[in-house]
Design a protein around this ligand. Structure first.
Ligand code: PSU
Ligand code: MN
Length: 335
């Protein structure tokens, strides 16, 4: 534990914001290293209008990482992108570090279990929701934004592939703003496991489970919802008084103008799942493989735009929630 703590490299800006109780939003980096196209992409006019922060002509994953940071700032919070660079656990990246991460030829995908090895072997990689949650809580950051969390994979009874995202959330007092769970998962089973782990799943202005880039349908009802960032902050404070070590999920649907049709997504997904099984892709490689296949299909550019639009919306909401929370620094130094 001691060695890991020493390895936490918190940027000056983030350390200052935490110490002063200013709102901070953690951002994960596996979405940058493994979840988005790594080359520049042509985007639609509608996209540029909705995301004016978007920088053209640079790799899409780097543009996304920069846009998320900029959205958090505009909404009045300090962004803390979390990643491991040459074995240092970084909380808040410099412009150079962010660029290096996005352009790293063979970055590692680092989940919670991989962090110790990554430090010892001086690896460079993107941290998943599981790893980012763990690091954010060590650093004293309470709010974190991502796209769609990992969950129970389809076919779980054969593979036992249950994303570590859910278990890390059960062990870290961090509120994660997401667009529900990725459509490529077994969503009813994911909700069951989240319930078993005691993680509240709160629909943001919706009663139904958001499904990543696809609009929610009425078959998966959530037990809780909230209408405003202030209401979420109020729920979070009450939750943490009772469960000081448990995370919270706030689930916001993909912005309507960008949500992709469920039927066509399922069609492309069926093909991607077949391909994964034929090529023997499993474990940590599965989610990046499926996301990459989806982004390459005929409707791939729509799916990528939807993914980016929801990342922006989640970063913004996370900043508003962080600003509504009592940001008194909490026991990051306690054992
Ligand atoms: N959300 C996205 N794109 C992503 C991910 C989430 O929009 O690439 C990443 C997150 O880092 C998440 C990981 O933690 O996928 C889940 O991987 P797995 O299913 O292997 O746990
Ligand atoms: Mn997995």
């Amino acid at each position: 534990m001691f060695a890991q703590k020493q390895k936490l490299e918190v940027s000056g800006e983030v350390a200052d914001a935490i110490a002063r109780g200013r709102p901070v939003v953690a951002l994960e980096s596996t979405v940058v290293t493994h979840g988005l196209p790594r080359e520049p992409r042509e985007m639609s006019a509608k996209f540029h209008e909705a995301i004016p922060e978007w920088q053209r002509g640079i790799p899409a994953n780097l543009a996304a990482a920069r846009a998320m940071e900029s959205v958090v700032r505009t909404a009045g919070a300090v962004p803390a992108t979390i990643a491991v660079i040459d074995g240092s656990i970084c909380v808040g990246l410099s412009a150079e570090q962010l660029e290096r991460l996005a352009c790293e030829p063979k970055p590692t995908k680092l989940s919670a279990r991989d962090l110790g090895v990554a430090v010892a072997k001086r690896q460079t990689g993107g941290t998943t929701v599981a790893a980012t949650t763990t690091i954010a809580s060590r650093a004293g950051i309470r709010v974190f934004a991502t796209g769609g969390i990992g969950g129970v994979h389809r076919g779980w009874s054969g593979s036992m592939d249950l994303s570590s995202d859910m278990f890390s959330l059960a062990l870290s007092p961090v509120l994660v703003v997401c667009a529900g769970a990725k459509i490529l998962l077994d969503l009813p089973a994911t909700l069951e496991v989240l319930e078993t782990l005691g993680i509240p799943t709160i629909g943001f202005q919706t009663e139904f489970l958001p499904r990543f880039t696809v609009a929610p349908d009425r078959s998966l009802r959530l037990h809780h919802s909230a209408e405003s960032a202030a209401e979420v902050a109020c729920i979070a404070s009450a939750h943490w008084q009772l469960h000081p070590m448990h995370g919270i999920l706030v689930m916001q649907p993909c912005p309507e103008a960008f949500a992709v049709d469920a039927e066509s997504t399922e069609r492309h997904l069926a093909r991607a799942l077949e391909q994964a099984s034929a090529e023997g892709v499993r474990g940590a490689a599965l989610t990046p493989f499926l996301l990459a296949r989806l982004s390459e299909c005929e409707e791939g550019s729509k799916m990528v735009e939807a993914n980016l639009a929801l990342l922006k919306a989640n970063a913004r909401l996370a900043a508003h929630i962080a600003a509504s929370l009592d940001n008194t620094p909490f026991g990051s130094d306690s054992p």
